[in-house]
Design a protein around this ligand. Structure first.
Ligand code: ADP
Ligand code: MG
Length: 259
């Protein structure tokens, strides 16, 4: 049976400031959703809230995944259930390679699922990682890079996609946090998502970038404005945004007739 992430009437505050004001969104395994919206509309806040970041306080509403209430669960417990949030990768530690970090993440997941697990044997891990990198057409040298040695924006995205491939989540949330208009980073994410997409993976791609349809084919597109999803539709909605920008929505919000 396919699982769904169900967000219902979600309200969340940061440092006492209400940011999310009633978000409703359901993401099923097999779906690709794009969440778009102008800067400051609350997209990243939604991603952090889904992750369970302690600074983001849910004041109302529900987040349910596969029938399980996520609100009482820590980030790692959410991950264990098969939720992947792109910026959860371990903090850079001097002298630690991306491969080591990935192995740590994979083993933490295994141990969470089976407390007696001793970790994936290294040869098996290496084989798995090589397969994933081949599939994603990544250079094997990449996994040997030290995480703290200044990854570019695009390399950070590549590392995220590889982590996603290694962890095989059921629902992945990918936030284009600091890459606002960086087409390369978006392209890397989109190509990775396109490759990893399938009936077992549901994706929420969060982006400010309106030309996302050049790279990715979401089944659903949503527009967030001032902490709410104000419009949902199919890929045509992103096309409309590309032509019209966000102003028509703002005008509508302000009661100004559109057209
Ligand atoms: P987006 O990702 O759509 O650009 P954000 O979720 O980052 O939007 O921000 C939404 C609003 O929440 C903004 O007004 C921002 O200033 C505020 N905000 C986000 N994070 C914090 C924080 N840690 N502390 C205070 N305000 C925040
Ligand atoms: Mg953001």
């Amino acid at each position: 049976m396919t699982a769904a992430l169900e967000i219902r009437n979600l309200h969340a505050s940061v440092e006492g400031n209400p940011i999310l004001k009633g978000v409703d969104l359901t993401i099923r395994q097999g779906d690709i959703h794009a969440l778009m919206g102008p800067n400051g509309s609350g997209k990243s806040t939604l991603a952090y809230t889904l992750m369970g970041h302690p600074a983001y306080e849910v004041t109302e509403g529900e987040i349910v995944f596969d029938g399980i209430d996520l609100l009482g669960l820590e980030a790692d417990e959410r991950s264990r259930l098969g939720m992947f949030l792109a910026f959860q990768y371990p903090v850079a530690i001097p002298g630690v390679t991306l491969a080591n970090c990935l192995r740590h993440a994979v083993n933490a997941r295994r141990k969470a699922q089976a407390p007696d697990d001793r970790g994936m044997p290294i040869p098996e891990f290496r084989r798995m990682l090589k397969e994933k990198m081949d599939f994603l057409q990544m250079n094997h040298d990449f996994a040997g890079r030290y995480l703290n040695e200044g990854f570019s924006g695009g390399e950070k995205k590549r590392a995220e996609i590889l982590q996603m491939a290694a962890l095989e989540p059921r629902i992945a949330v990918l936030d284009e946090t600091d890459s606002g208009l960086d087409i390369d980073a978006l392209r890397i994410v989109a190509e990775g998502v396109n490759k990893l997409a399938g009936p077992d993976l549901g994706v929420l791609v969060i982006t400010h970038y309106q030309r996302i349809l050049n790279y990715i084919k979401p089944s659903h597109v949503h527009i967030m404005l001032a902490g709410q999803i104000v419009e949902s539709g199919g890929p045509e909605l992103a096309l409309h945004l590309e032509e019209q920008g966000y102003d028509w929505l703002r005008e509508r919000e302000n009661g100004v007739p559109v057209g």
